[in-house]
Design a binder for this molecule. Structure first.
Ligand SMILES: [Zn+2]
Ligand SMILES: [Zn+2]
Length: 322
């Protein structure tokens, strides 16, 4: 079967053996896989021997499992699950758990088939509503990352959050998804980007920016250290800044005294917990978060082009049809 690898600074499509099922789990025939910002960061830093692609949508082809999932189900999935028993897990820091970091799909989402294990099936694989297109279903994992960030900001889906205003800085696909997630939580959501084009796209979806306003929470999805100053400018005293992306210049950080005297909370959110994937599935399946027409489709053989176009900001979100 075909599988994409990253070697010697470029992506190649190679032939490898189709994964087989020798214990509990499933083989999934991949329909497509979203290209994540984290894939792009790995490629940019020329990390080799990495698993590329995790925003998978596919059909269960073979299954041996105690779960209710069955052959023929169209599913989307997350790629990591925690152990639920270590101290990180007990503190809710699931993405710091060793099991979480070591669990993954095999051999990566840009493949014709992947193997998932029984814990994936139990905790991270969800059947998606037929109404959703494949590229929409592939937003399950990215939306779940946003949901965790929104919850770490102190919002609960079950509560009334309508008294709060949040600003998302950086309106790429993940920033727009954050805004949609915030809206589904009932938070008043505003968006800012230095790019006029991206700001206008968000405005079309009803997410504006008010220059003279301060915000209870600021989400940083920009991947730029300059955005830190913007966050400090617009957050209220006593407010929260949620760090949701890596930046180029790691040493341009937050000013100690500003954090202290203004009593700001700087909170990071990295990857989703299993409950977040479940809620993400609910919001996509019931239409509370709509992601229609956000992706540009590429064939697997054109993955390198999808990567190049993403680096050049020619596309909003790339989705690879397998
Ligand atoms: Zn992702
Ligand atoms: Zn753990």
């Amino acid at each position: 079967m075909k599988n994409a690898i990253f070697k010697d600074g470029k992506i190649s499509i190679i032939e490898i053996k189709k994964p087989s099922l020798n214990s509990k789990g499933a083989i999934i025939k991949v329909l497509g896989c979203g290209l994540c910002g984290s894939d792009l960061v790995k490629i940019k830093h020329k990390k080799e021997n990495i698993i590329l692609g995790h925003e998978v949508v596919g059909i269960i082809e073979e299954i041996n499992s105690e779960t209710l999932l069955k052959k023929g189900d169209r599913v989307a999935l997350g790629h990591h699950y925690p152990c639920f028993s270590c101290n990180y897990c007990k503190n809710g820091s699931y993405s710091m758990c060793k099991t979480f970091k070591n669990s993954n799909i095999f051999p990566g989402g840009f493949s014709e088939y992947i193997r998932v294990d029984e814990n994936h099936l139990k905790y991270t694989v969800y059947k998606m509503n037929d109404r959703l297109e494949d590229d929409e279903a592939a937003f399950l994992e990215p939306l779940s990352c946003c949901i965790r960030a929104i919850e770490r900001a102190g919002f609960s889906y079950e509560k009334d959050n309508s008294n709060y205003c949040a600003l998302t800085i950086g309106l790429g696909s993940i920033g727009l998804l954050m805004l949609k997630g915030l809206r589904a939580f009932g938070v008043n959501a505003f968006g800012f980007d230095i790019s006029k084009e991206r700001s206008e796209l968000a405005e079309k979806e009803g997410f504006n920016f008010e220059e003279n306003k301060k915000y209870d929470v600021v989400f940083l999805t920009a991947g730029s250290s300059n955005a830190i100053q913007t966050a400090l400018k617009y957050v209220i005293d006593g407010g929260k800044i949620i760090v949701f992306s890596s930046v180029e210049d790691d040493f341009k950080g937050f000013a100690n005294n500003e954090i202290y005297y203004r009593e700001l909370s700087i909170i990071a959110s990295y990857s989703p917990g299993v409950k977040d994937i479940e809620l993400s599935c609910r919001l996509l399946n019931n239409g509370d978060v709509k992601v229609k027409n956000l992706s540009t489709k590429y064939k697997l053989k054109d993955l390198q082009k999808a990567v190049d176009d993403s680096f050049e900001n020619k596309v909003f979100k790339a989705y690879i049809e397998i």
